[in-house]
Write a protein that binds this ligand. Structure first.
Ligand code: MN3
Length: 200
């Protein structure tokens, strides 16, 4: 099977003024599309090597598969957990997810503050993630470098903020904290809650 670039559930300009249409278009149609293309190419080479029993070539492709596969997985979640304010972006979490956030982080405000701090502090390119331990159902916050997928280190991803420069530089320049503070008003907590409900 080949992986496909998913459509965005809103227009490129729908998250303005928080994220410009230009950033969204480049991010989706160029960056995410490249992860998908490079993932499919690496998987083709992997299958070819596997058919020949060429284990060393298979091993040499692992990093391309995890980088581009992680990029595809992470961005697919990212588009889903954003929404313009008129479609619920920025509304606070409700129901079981809201209770879990209060249980594990004290309050939504505490969570937001700690998550912002963690995500702003990611060194170089990476993501800040809210995740869940699959057995204990405990919520965790975790930074991930590059395109590391949270699931590969044992947690189910619920919500992630991309802090690669391609996600904000055209608009926020070097001021990552302003981007991370602004993005809260377009986080789609209903979508995050659905992900949580499906896992609990
Ligand atoms: Mn990105």
């Amino acid at each position: 099977m080949t992986y496909q670039l998913p459509d965005l559930p809103y227009d490129y300009s729908a998250l303005e003024p928080v994220i410009s249409g230009e950033i969204m278009e480049l991010h989706h149609a160029k960056h995410h599309a490249a992860y998908v293309k490079n993932l499919n190419a690496a998987l083709d080479q992997y299958k070819e090597a596997e058919a020949k029993g060429d284990l060393t070539t298979m091993l040499s492709l692992e990093s391309a598969i995890s980088f581009n596969g992680g990029g595809h997985v992470n961005h697919s979640i990212f588009w889903e957990i954003l929404a313009p304010p008129q479609e619920g972006g920025g509304e606070r979490p409700e129901g079981p997810l809201a209770s879990a956030i209060n249980q594990y982080f004290g309050s939504f405000e505490n969570f937001q503050e700690a998550f912002t701090k963690m995500t702003v502090a990611v060194q170089g390119s990476g993501w800040g993630w809210l995740g869940m331990h699959p057995q204990s159902k405990k919520l965790i916050m975790h930074p991930c470098p590059n395109q590391l997928a949270l699931k590969t280190i044992g947690f189910e991803p619920l919500m992630g903020i991309d802090v690669w420069e391609h996600a904000y530089y055209l608009q926020y320049k070097n001021v990552r904290p302003d981007y991370v503070k602004a993005i809260w008003s377009v986080i789609n907590w209903k979508a995050v809650g659905k992900r949580y409900d499906a896992l609990t």
